[in-house]
Design a protein around this ligand. Structure first.
Ligand code: ADP
Ligand code: MG
Length: 696
């Protein structure tokens, strides 16, 4: 029997451990740093470092590493042992405050989008004391941010931390309008539901596409997909259950409150959801969770696929980013509350979000953009690429009442804003709209667009910034009326205006329908189907303005990021195309030709003894034609990829990959899948979809 409270966080240098291991005044200093972001003095840092080291050694650590989240999209770590030279050739285990606070990895091999030339390859990692250190696989992990020597961000974590500060400042100021004089800090929160696939390692090892690209580039649809809806919430097969139990234990040890697990819609697809926490911890924990998910799978002879679209024809995976804000006096700012004033505050925040999401829909869209997610968004299974907001009928009716100076009628009461308390809104899942990219779910918003493998730092950083901007917009206009009788009148006027202008972003209908695409166009909402369409808008003047205003990015940081994303897109497609070519030339085409050869030999042997071979002749003709077309496609794809490589403009190159390389890849796959259908199972050189997704 596993004792959860006992193992929970046993590998984390958390609050409890800090309190127990640090002298009182040192603990107090550290807390201050964590809460108010004041720098830690070297003396305190030395004591903390020594205490962390002793604690880590007890847990079997020999090394420490500054753990960071560069623009590669995965986490990075370089391990140094605690070892130093003692007297008479002995070894000492040492760890200084300096080593805890700052590391200096060679930054030249990380994507920087031209921010950092190799000649000035210096970057450094700085401890983020708001996220806990932990021990894993014999090393002490120190969560850090990664910046260049000239201060530009090179990672996904720094913008997030900056955005959290910006949001806090704006929100604290905003909340004073509603009488919250005691609120000194507002923290954005996140709970990321993580979807994933589990497949057998033996099958995985036979597919070069899965190994090199994380998704299947070939594979005919199996006779059974997800049409029976028999996988969602289905009972757990023993092997999956054992994996999930093991995963839970590992996550708990690392202080991650793994809470929910279930089978998802597609065959072999599952989900894990933790209890929400602050955005920065939530981001670190999600990165860690993904790593642990992959590693635990291997122990079970399984492979965990985090790619957004590992298999065609069944659902892909996303990451539902549940987002809210909480105050240091315990309010959830997206909870309607029990008094008229609390409701007024809630409704104003809601309108701020409506305004923000409408004005910065492009930022929201591009925060979830990646090569993998391009296969999901708008493909009848994930939210469309068009940003809209779902509020539910009740809330929508309340907003209509504000807009039209009316009252909101329920069976029980007539609600007048600022006079009566709002009736409570149903939070049960029947009221959920699962086709909306940004849905209100009773006490938080669920941003459903994010890809399963993506780092959630960027979506949360941009969302925080947008909300920081809108809350300060309201504060700018209302502060002059604070405490006066005019406050409510002016506020209502403002809300009315905002709703009139930005109502178009609210959509409670079916986001997967083709009517919505047309309707959204009529409303003038942007629709960027691909990363190549939305990325150029990162540096639009209005976006640059707020990102600069709150110190999230400057212009060159933003340009660098745009370039990194587009370059990554092109590289991903290039690797996929080359993998296809290699598999086609070395495995699929030879197998098809072998089979064709067999057929031809058999046909001619039969002919010699005067026997007809109608069926074999038919298959041979068909296969012969398919092989010809397949070979032509291989040659074409090779040439197109070579052409793509010659394009030097990053945007143009990405567009070329999107328009031409991807198109030829689709053609080639179509032919290969037809070859697969026409080949005997034992002669086809790679495992089929049925063998992969129904095998565990
Ligand atoms: P569903 O699948 O019905 O959307 P889940 O229970 O799977 O719901 O996931 C909901 C997620 O939302 C959980 O991670 C939960 O902790 C998180 N969540 C709940 N309240 C908040 C909040 N105030 N801020 C951020 N996340 C929240
Ligand atoms: Mg959900």
């Amino acid at each position: 029997m596993i004792n959860i409270p006992e193992i929970f966080g046993c590998n984390v240098f958390n609050e409890t451990v800090m309190k127990a291991k640090l002298p009182k005044n040192v603990y107090k200093n550290l807390r201050r740093t964590m809460e108010k972001s004041v720098p830690l003095d070297m003396e305190t840092a030395d004591v903390v470092a020594n205490a962390i080291k002793d604690w880590a050694l007890e847990l079997g650590a020999t090394h420490y590493t500054h753990w960071f989240q560069p623009m590669t999209g995965t986490t990075a770590e370089k391990h140094d042992s605690f070892i130093s030279i003692g007297a008479n050739g002995t070894a000492l285990m040492e760890f200084s405050g300096k080593a805890l606070i700052k590391g200096e990895p060679d930054a030249s091999s990380f994507p920087s989008g031209g921010l950092r030339q190799t000649s000035s390859a210096r970057g450094y990692t700085a401890w983020d004391p708001t996220s806990y250190c932990f021990v894993k696989e014999g090393s002490l992990y120190i969560p850090t941010v990664f910046v260049s020597y000239t201060g530009e961000t090179l990672d996904k974590k720094t913008p997030l931390l900056r955005s959290m500060d910006a949001l806090s400042k704006s929100a604290v100021r905003f909340l004073k309008l509603f009488g919250n004089e005691n609120v000194t800090r507002v923290t954005s929160t996140v709970g990321a539901e993580q979807e994933y696939f589990l497949i057998d390692k033996e099958k995985y090892d036979q597919r070069e596409d899965l190994i090199l690209t994380g998704r299947t580039l070939f594979g005919a649809k199996p006779p059974k997909g997800q049409e029976l809806d028999d996988q969602y919430f289905a009972n757990l097969k023993p092997r999956i259950a054992a994996y999930m139990a093991d995963l839970d234990t590992e996550l708990w040890k690392l202080g991650i409150y793994s809470k929910t697990k279930h089978n998802e819609v597609a065959p072999a697809q599952h989900e894990m959801a933790p209890i929400f926490t602050t955005s920065n911890l939530g981001t670190d924990q999600n990165e860690l969770a993904m790593e642990v998910m992959e590693k635990v799978a291997l122990r079970h002879g399984l492979v965990c696929l985090l790619h957004e679209k590992p298999f065609e024809g069944v659902n892909g995976s996303g990451k539902h980013n549940n987002w809210s804000m909480s105050t240091n006096d315990g309010q959830n700012l997206l909870d309607p509350g029990d008094t008229p004033m609390e409701n007024l505050q809630f409704l104003t925040i809601l309108c701020a979000l409506i305004k923000g999401v409408d004005e910065y829909a492009d930022l929201m869209r591009l925060s979830a953009a990646s090569a993998g997610n391009d296969h999901r968004l708008g493909a009848d299974e994930a939210p469309p690429a068009i940003i809209s907001m779902f509020l539910g009928e009740e809330l929508d009716a309340v907003l209509k009442a504000i807009e039209e100076d009316g009252v909101y009628k329920t069976q029980a009461q007539d609600f007048e804003i600022g006079v009566n308390a709002l009736p409570s809104f149903p939070k049960d899942s029947t009221d959920r709209n699962r086709t909306s990219p940004f849905a209100f779910t009773g006490n938080r918003f669920e941003f459903r667009m994010v890809g399963s493998s993506d780092n959630i730092g960027c979506p949360n950083a941009l969302l925080n910034t947008i909300v920081a901007e809108e809350l300060s917009w309201f504060a700018d206009r209302l502060e002059q009326f604070k405490g006066s009788d005019l406050f409510e009148v002016e506020l209502k006027k403002l809300l009315k205006d905002v709703l009139k202008t930005h109502r178009r972003i609210i959509f409670n209908g079916d986001g997967y329908s083709s009517e919505w695409v047309k309707e959204a166009e009529r409303r003038g909402l942007p629709n960027y189907p691909s990363i190549v369409d939305c990325m150029p808008h990162y540096t639009d003047e209005k976006n640059l303005r707020i990102l600069r205003k709150f110190g999230i990015f400057n212009k060159s940081e933003l340009e660098a990021r745009t370039e990194i994303h587009l370059e990554k897109y092109s590289k991903t497609r290039r690797i996929e195309a080359r993998t296809m070519i290699e598999m086609a030339r070395k495995q699929l085409l030879p197998a098809a030709l072998d089979y064709l050869n067999k057929l031809v030999l058999s046909i001619s042997a039969k002919k010699e003894i005067g026997m007809a071979s109608k069926t074999e002749q038919k298959i041979a003709d068909k296969l012969n034609d398919l092989c010809d077309r397949f070979y032509d496609s291989i040659e074409r794809l090779e040439k197109i990829v070579a052409d793509a490589c010659k394009i030097s403009d990053v945007q143009k190159q990405a567009e070329f990959y999107h328009d031409y390389v991807l198109a030829e890849m689709d053609i080639m796959r179509g032919i290969a899948d037809e070859i697969e259908i026409n080949m005997p199972q034992d002669l086809y050189p790679i495992p089929t979809y049925s063998e992969i997704i129904y095998n565990v």
